[in-house]
Design a protein around this ligand. Sequence first.
Ligand code: FAQ
Length: 311
Amino acid sequence: EMSEEERAFQERIDRGDKIEPNDWMPDGYRKTLIRQIGQHAHSEIVGQLPEGNWITRAPTLERKAILLAKVQDEAGHGLYLYCAAETLGVSRDELIELLHAGKMKYSSIFNYPTLNWADIGAIGWLVDGAAIMNQVPLQRTSFGPYARAMVRICKEESFHQRQGFDIMMKMARGTQDLRRMAQDALDRYWYPSLMMFGPSDKESVHSAQSMAWKIKINTNDELRQKFVDQTAPQADYLGLKIPDEKLRWNEEKGGYDFSEPDWNEFFEVLKGNGPCNRERLGARIRAWDDGAWVREGLMAHAEKQAIRPAA
Ligand code: FAQ
């Protein structure tokens, strides 16, 4: 049974009102947003690691400058998102502590390794492609600060996706070796990219409530389908083959039929058993510890400023 307050809140959501940080909201709404925005923020930050690995090994100065800008954008996205989460009454430090303690998640995709330069192309094309597919509708999410953060993030994300597709195009039209590398990256990143949208709708525990609250706008399977429909023709254009024998246009449904990813693998990655889980979390914890002197220095400076008499 809904309380009077909850009913009024749901009516605001149904009308399309934005909920702002100081408005009354049900505990569950606040908690779900902290979980989702926090996970999203952590994904941006951890998501810097697989690509960061290739900044020093980019094939040209131009590619290096572009990749550097992209990875810096991801740091920025993480910061906007932590700020959006902070408006819900949780601090950035608390969220980071939960991540480091293994009590909060980040996207499964960042637990896969980047073995060569083609993987940077595949990440931009597929991973950023999937990220945008999920984030464009979130610009209309009911929580104001999250919706507004998404507007800017989506603009930058579409640049990221294009840079990835551009790398793939160069490689797919290059020598036979380059083409083979591009195909291999697609082979390895295809199913993990499909997993980014979350478990199938039957297994998605949060979808129903999150959609009623407009924290989510689409189901996981809807977005996965849209992603396949968008990406299959792009693979054709590149002359690469999506590693799925069942992939086929289905005229009746107006979309592609495709194979589901291996959901056991997905749940194993979520449990911490993916190929790079330990490495990624370890790198974040080390970076946090190594940065302690900067945080301490800033605090000491702020304290001195506070006691200094005004001039
Ligand atoms: N990885 O009930 P649902 C980026 C968890 S883009 C890990 O369906 P929900 C940009 C889920 O938390 C990537 N965990 O959950 C970039 C829940 O666990 P819990 C980030 C996953 O929330 C690109 C459980 O499974 N984008 O970083 C995943 O309704 C390139 C049950 O699932 C966002 O976070 C997964 N893939 O739907 C950066 C977008 N999927 O918490 C660098 C915002 C599900 O109960 C380079 N988030 N889980 O223990 C969302 O839209 C939603 O949270 C979903 C999941 C759709 C991800």
